[in-house]
Ligand binder design. Structure first.
Ligand code: PLP
Length: 390
């Protein structure tokens, strides 16, 4: 097989996680709401997964609500709070994932006011700008924990404190961060948090929304009494068990994974930035250990990605959800990159199974590809080097 460096899009499901899940497909297949032993066994497994998930993010077991993933959790948090408020103002950022941005667009069409805060050249939103954006009718602040394209970590604890001081609910889309960096929802004053198992070696289609006790949120799925009547639908027992097992595994291995990924990311960054004009987006900001977003001026990153794909190296340009379209990344544009530089940017996201040998192969292959593409590029020939800002 090739070299997989697109962990921000999704990870493989860990073998141990899969082993934990298997019995809930094969033997313990009862509906977790059923009263017989098959059902009770499934319910017990769900309870364990709830504890494991809660432990990973530092909240109470009863504050975890299982969902189908990050998109659903984001939708629920935003629409659920908006529904209870009826009207009002929501503060978010211009670099959120589409799961938040498009939900905000929808809420705007329903009469809510939305403020999309800008970010600095490192991709961070400033707590001061959040404080300044607060209005008497602000009902919710939603800021992502870490960005999916750059891995840049936002000053979440400071922003959450501002929200708490002003009696405004705070939600964070922590889909990229959970399982990769320590999170403590309680000490960080987070009211709601979205997470998704497939970003940390769990299965796809399983996620959770943490909702702090006391937060009044609208019902998301109407039907049965699952999840305290707020999110109906038969429990996805294998998926939930997988989420719990992945959460446990992440908690147990976070330190060593972080060390390993940082070492590999550092090696990659050091070598790739030796290429003419290359720079790391969010380079000086605190970032997730496995994320690297590199700009190679004068080239089309889509061409580079295809070249690497032919060599069996999987990377991405921007977020997986918007690739396929050749639009320059709105995240990088918001950080002040020119259209040209945004187009020349590649996301490389490393995982715990990658090794030095693979990274050295990627370095060599990328260097050769970028040199060829830059030679062919009239844009690069005209360029004096350095970052081109808008
Ligand atoms: N939020 C962020 C920051 C993401 O990176 C993603 C997925 O890429 C999502 C939300 C959506 O998560 P899911 O794929 O579980 O719906």
């Amino acid at each position: 097989m090739g070299i997989y460096l697109d962990h921000a899009a999704t990870t493989y499901t860990d073998k141990h996680v899969l082993d934990e899940m298997r019995p809930y497909f094969e033997n313990v297949y009862g509906n977790a709401s059923s009263q017989h032993s098959y059902g009770r066994e499934a319910q017990k497994a769900i309870m364990k997964a709830r504890q494991q998930t809660a432990a990973l993010i530092g909240c109470l077991t009863e504050e975890i609500y299982f969902t189908s993933g990050g998109t659903e959790s984001d939708n629920w948090a935003l629409k659920g709070i908006a529904e209870i408020a009826g009207k009002g103002h929501i503060i978010t950022t211009s670099v959120e994932h589409h799961a938040v941005l498009d939900t905000c667009d929808y809420l705007k069409s329903r009469g809510f006011d939305i403020t999309n805060l800008p970010v600095d050249p490192m991709g961070r939103v400033s707590p001061e700008s959040v404080a300044q954006a607060i209005r008497p009718d602000t009902i919710l602040i939603s800021v992502m924990f870490a960005n999916n394209e750059t891995g840049v970590i936002m000053p979440i604890a400071e922003i959450a404190k501002i929200a708490r001081r002003n009696d405004i609910l705070f939600h964070t889309d922590a889909v990229q961060a959970v399982g990769h960096v320590p999170i403590d929802a309680k000490t960080m004053d987070i009211d709601m948090l979205s997470l998704s198992a497939h970003k940390f070696y769990g299965p796809k289609g399983a996620g959770a929304l943490y909702i702090r006790q006391g937060v009044n949120i609208g019902r998301f799925m109407h039907g049965g009494a699952h999840e305290k009547g707020l999110r109906a639908s038969t429990y996805n027992t294998p998926g939930i068990v997988g989420l719990g097992a992945a959460a446990q595994l992440a908690a147990d291995t976070m330190e060593q994974n972080t060390r390993h990924e940082r070492m590999l990311t550092g090696r990659l960054a050091d070598e790739l930035t030796k290429l003419p004009g290359a720079f790391i987006n969010g380079g000086e900001a605190e970032r997730l250990p496995g994320h690297l977003n590199v700009t190679f001026p004068g080239i089309e990153a889509e061409a580079l990605m295809t070249y690497l794909d032919l060599e069996n190296i999987a990377v991405s340009t921007g977020s997986a959800c918007s690739s396929g379209s050749f639009k320059p990344s709105y995240v990088l544009r918001a950080m002040g990159l020119s259209v040209e530089d945004a187009r020349g940017s590649l996301r490389i996201s490393i995982g715990r199974e990658n090794n030095v040998e693979q990274i050295d192969t990627v370095i060599k292959t990328t260097q050769a590809a970028v040199e060829r593409l830059q030679k062919l590029s009239p844009l690069f020939a005209q360029r004096k080097g350095g970052k081109t800002h808008v």
